[in-house]
Design a protein around this ligand. Structure first.
Ligand code: NDP
Length: 546
């Protein structure tokens, strides 16, 4: 450890000052080694192989539209990492066809065999964990501490968890099975699957305890994911779909395709049958082509509410199933009887984790009036101790903002907050790197519920602090949002916890903690945060026909 300029109380806990901890030094840089092979150029993963992109047939409408590749860059230094294929309608069509061809055989496999493939994917993610974490950090800008300790282990955990479900699906839907099997492989008017019936062998269906049959897979799933948790979102989507006997076409976000492409390599390594998982990279147009493809049976989307609404319109009136994981403006409620130091740690984790690029971020903080001053003072101190900088440094708390457009969006919200009269508190301190996209953590006080920063999702390290007097006021202010994804409640009183939690209109409520995820626990929203659940037994529901 090198002692140079003091910057804050690292590891000193909420409210600690350098003097309190006896620590006035600065950690020396602790960079993770970046020896991770990245090819100069990647194609799509279709039918078990990496393939060159096909022409879009001249359908592009913007300058540069006909380019078959685009660059993915490291947002921490703006250096190019690789060229990635821009998926055209022809690419999407090839991927969907490969998935449709593979689906009957995959669904017809003995369920315990499907489980083995999914289990092997989980094991390979564990074995390649360091490489995946480094790549995730380089492509997306998140701190290595988070990709190493959260994203990659949770991605493996999702595959492990769903491997366990593959041969137990009838227990997930007890009492809801027994409808006659569909004849001719035709589901709700979709064209028959080529090369098979798409159903499990009768012997396997009928040999299940109770003999009530086995849930039918949906078929071919189009899965569109965002840039904030690229590998983890791929796992959330693929693992349950595969466990239920579906095949998939996954579209990663334009700015973070690299770990999904590593996952494609893992699919090859575990000898997953060709076509079961296909990955088509590209921008929003590639996603739109996937949504409108007639042979897709289900769309699973995570991303913005605006795009989610567009997808809902595009699929309305079709037989496509749809689940939407959209945005949020989640309340984090601190009662005066809470352990304040612990709650301040919870506030920090709720809003500054992953630079605030978290759909369930606790971005609206409600503090009971009698402890408002204390909470703000401790929050200011703790925020000042967060290290912003090189995401590959193991000491970094806040990495790079994912892209220039997202940084511009955050700045527009900071301007709106200041212009509408709220008071801005920024973590002052260290100089930011000259290259890359950076934003220090900050919070606003004096926020009114009508302020833009209290209503709209910022998706950055910016917190809106408000106060309340009574539990009833806390509940009504927390529920006063177009969104309903998550909420946090901090109090010492068990009875209050249950009383408040059941009145909050949020898909997930964390009690005396925040941002805890487990594959066994369903995740999803109310209102403009979308519908459908991912994870847990409930998450399987979107991938079967009962
Ligand atoms: P988008 O909703 O634009 O993107 C999510 C995914 O959808 C990406 O793969 C994107 O491709 C794709 N996509 C974009 N347009 C279409 C379309 N018309 N049809 C089908 N797919 C499409 O979110 P952004 O990534 O642009 O983020 C913007 C905002 O969305 C954030 O500020 C945040 O508020 C919210 N968001 C919420 C997330 C959540 O988990 N709830 C996650 C990420 C973002 P491409 O990346 O190439 O544009």
């Amino acid at each position: 450890m090198k002692a140079n300029k003091a910057r804050g109380a690292v590891g000193g806990g909420a409210g600690a000052t350098p003097r309190d901890t006896g620590f006035e030094g600065e950690y020396a840089p602790a960079p993770e080694t970046t020896k991770v092979a990245i090819a100069p150029r990647y194609g799509h993963f279709i039918g078990g192989k990496f393939v060159e992109p096909r022409s879009d047939g001249g359908k592009g409408t913007r300058p540069g539209d006909h380019e078959p590749h685009f660059l993915t860059i490291n947002p921490a230094n703006e250096q190019p990492l690789a060229e990635v294929a821009q998926g055209s309608e022809a690419d999407v069509d090839a991927a969907v066809r490969a998935a449709a061809t593979a689906q009957p055989k995959w669904a017809g496999l003995r369920a315990s065999e499907r489980a083995k493939y999914i289990f092997r994917i989980a094991r390979r993610i564990q074995e390649r964990a360091r490489e995946l974490a480094v790549l995730e950090t380089m492509d997306g800008g998140k701190p290595i501490r988070e990709s190493r300790d959260v994203d990659v282990p949770l991605a493996a955990a999702h595959f492990f968890y769903h491997a366990g479900w593959a041969d137990k699906l009838e227990y997930a839907f007890a009492g809801r099975l027994g409808s006659p099997p569909l004849r001719g492989g035709s589901h709700l008017g979709n064209p028959p699957l080529r090369g098979g019936s798409g159903r499990l062998a009768r012997s396997e269906r009928d040999s299940r305890p109770g003999g009530a049959g086995y849930p039918e897979p949906v078929g071919v799933c189009g899965q569109i994911i965002p840039w904030n948790f690229p590998l983890l979102m791929a796992a959330w989507k693929l693992a349950p779909a595969l466990a239920c006997g579906n095949t998939c076409v996954l579209k990663p976000a334009e700015t973070t395709p690299l770990t999904a492409l590593r996952l494609a390599e893992i699919c090859q390594e575990v000898e997953l049958p060709p076509g079961v998982v296909n990955i088509v990279t590209g921008d929003g147009r590639t996603g739109a082509a996937l949504v409108s493809h007639p042979r897709i049976d289900k769309i699973a989307f995570t991303g913005s509410t605006d795009v989610g609404k567009r997808i809902a319109k595009a699929t309305a009136g079709t037989t496509k199933k749809l689940t939407l994981e959209l945005g949020g403006k989640s309340p984090n409620i601190i009662f005066a009887d809470a352990s304040i130091d612990q709650a301040v740690e919870g506030i920090i984790s709720a809003i500054y984790f992953n630079q605030g690029h978290v759909c369930c971020a606790g971005s609206r903080l409600f503090v009971q009036e009698s402890v408002l001053e204390e909470v703000i003072a401790k929050l200011r101190l703790r925020m000042a101790s967060l290290r912003v900088g090189d995401p590959l440094d193991k000491n970094t708390d806040i990495g790079a903002i994912n892209s220039r457009p997202q940084l511009d969006t955050i700045h527009r919200y900071l301007d709106a907050g200041r212009n509408e009269g709220a008071e801005w508190h920024e973590a002052n301190g260290s100089a930011l790197p000259s290259k890359g996209y950076w934003c220090r953590p900050s919070f606003f006080t004096g926020v009114q519920p009508s302020h833009t920063i209290a209503r709209e999702e910022i998706f950055g390290p910016v917190l809106a602090v408000m106060s309340f007097r009574t539990p009833e006021e806390a509940i009504s202010r927390a529920n006063n949002s177009a969104y309903g994804l998550a909420a946090g409640v901090w109090t010492d009183k068990g009875s209050k916890i249950f009383e408040i939690a059941k009145k909050l209109r949020a898909g997930v409520v964390w009690l005396n903690t925040y941002n805890r995820f487990d594959p066994a626990s369903p995740f999803g929203g109310f209102k403009e945060s979308g519908f459908g659940r991912e994870g847990g037994m409930q998450g399987l529901r979107g991938y079967v026909r009962l």
